[in-house]
Design a protein around this ligand. Structure first.
Ligand SMILES: Nc1ncnc2c1ncn2[C@@H]1O[C@H](COP(=O)(O)OP(=O)(O)OP(=O)(O)O)[C@@H](O)[C@H]1O
Ligand SMILES: [Mg+2]
Length: 413
């Protein structure tokens, strides 16, 4: 009796169940071993197209940790003055290969090139080897920015003048105008995702939840997921279950960020979706068909018992912090309940806030006084008990609970 001989490392006739057992058939077992070794050799020597080896960079320090990635400050070994941010794609939970969310982020980042959007330089990977179990890691390589806005705001020594706040907001709205003109929604606007270079140039970052959008034809509706945007920055239409949303979702986030420039802490820190809606109602007034015609068509509007007859208090509540009346007026327009009436980025950029004295002021001088980079990750890990750790914001983004909690007291600034 003769056994089938392995050819090219592949055992022939191995499809029969009795013959496929490596433990019972030494020749087939050695064939499988050859096959595995061939595979490993192939993977080891495989060069991913358009992917440089990450070894060209030298990691300096870890600066961020998200659910989906780890971020490092790194230096180009050939040009040591060139700093980059390496965003490592976490593939631990991926059974189906490269995460689709990262592919989407990549595609969007390749499209967007603007002064106020973080610049993707390239994609790098590690060489597959026995040490990494033949699973290479992938990195998104960005121009390095010295700070993020969450880190800057959590440091009491960093003081923004009114002119500087205007410049931050002008750049934020410019970035939003650009991405919306390119039919992209960010869908995760928050201070940790807003970067700042040492020269005071703001960059929108983290396009991990971004997507392209289209304006539906009359009579048709988009059906996007509404489980996006970190809870504290999530607009009322998403909380009420809207799936046919658009750029106004990012403008609500811009309003929350703008208020935070003065309050230095997120203005509405709900711990569940319903609590977030209650906080919004307490600040912006009751959600009703009077102020928001058409809201009755949203899934949750009829299912939830939302507070009635609450007055809008945006200006009253914010003026003690903000002081400037033009700023308060713009905030009022950004934090408008009805997304159709909410100000868009172009109109916001024409608001008197940006065209009255003090005019927007360059941040370069103020930032040059800082001797250290400010990142929310570093801040929270170095200061135990820090209330606005990136972690809690991340939790809010990952899985908001739907428990109904009554909010008698606002947890607002
Ligand atoms: N180009 C960059 N320069 C400097 N720091 C950066 C850069 N990109 C990201 N970071 C830092 O790393 C952090 C995490 O990056 P990013 O938000 O892109 O990742 P993420 O995993 O999607 O985060 P999360 O899930 O927490 O939102 C940012 O908040 C910022 O502090
Ligand atoms: Mg992020």
């Amino acid at each position: 009796m003769s056994f089938p001989r392995p050819r090219n490392g592949r055992p022939s006739g191995s499809s029969g169940s009795s013959r496929s057992s490596s433990s019972t058939d030494p020749l087939i077992a050695s064939g499988l071993l050859c096959q595995m070794k061939d595979r490993e050799k192939y993977i080891e020597t495989f060069n991913f197209p358009y992917c440089n080896n990450v070894g060209k960079y030298e990691k300096v320090v870890k600066i961020g940790q998200g659910t989906f990635s780890e971020v490092f400050k790194a230096r180009d070994k050939k040009d040591r003055t060139k700093l980059v941010a390496l965003k490592k794609v976490l593939m631990d939970n991926e059974k189906q290969g490269f995460p689709i969310t990262v592919l989407r982020e990549l595609k969007i980042l390749q499209l967007l090139k603007h002064e106020n959007v973080v610049n993707l330089i390239e994609i790098c990977c590690t060489q597959a080897s026995q040490e990494n179990k033949y699973k290479p890691s992938f990195y998104l390589v960005f121009d390095f920015c010295e700070h993020d806005l969450a880190g800057l705001l959590s440091n009491a020594n960093v003081k923004f003048s009114l002119g500087e706040i205007k410049h931050v907001m002008q750049q934020l709205l410019n970035g939003l105008f650009y991405i919306h003109s390119n039919k992209i929604l960010h869908r995760d606007l928050k201070t940790a995702n807003i970067l700042m270079t040492k020269r005071g140039i703001l960059k929108l970052a983290d396009f991990g939840l971004a997507r392209a959008f289209s304006v539906p034809k009359t009579g048709q509706q988009n059906r996007y997921t509404n489980r996006v945007v970190t809870l504290w920055y999530r607009p009322p239409e998403l909380l009420l279950g809207d799936r046919n949303y658009g750029p106004p979702v990012d403008l609500w986030g811009a309003g929350c960020v703008m208020a935070e420039m003065w309050t230095r802490t997120p203005i509405m820190q709900g711990s569940s979706e319903i609590q977030q809606l209650l906080l919004i109602s307490n600040l912006c007034g009751s959600i009703s068909t009077d102020v928001w015609p058409g809201v009755e068509a949203l899934d949750l509007f009829n299912k939830l018992e939302l507070p009635r007859d609450l007055k809008r208090k945006v200006t009253d509540r914010l003026i003690p912090h903000v002081k400037d009346t033009y700023a308060c007026d713009l905030l009022d327009k950004l934090l408008t309940l009805d997304p159709k009436q909410r100000v868009d980025s172009n109109t916001a950029l024409n608001h008197n806030f940006f065209w009255t004295k003090p005019m927007p002021t360059d941040l370069c001088y103020m930032l040059s006084q800082l001797t250290q980079s400010m990142f929310v990750y570093k801040e929270s890990s170095h200061r135990p008990g820090h209330t606005r750790a990136a972690h809690s914001q991340q939790m809010a983004r990952a899985k908001p609970s739907s428990t109904i909690v009554d909010v008698n007291q606002d947890r607002v600034f």
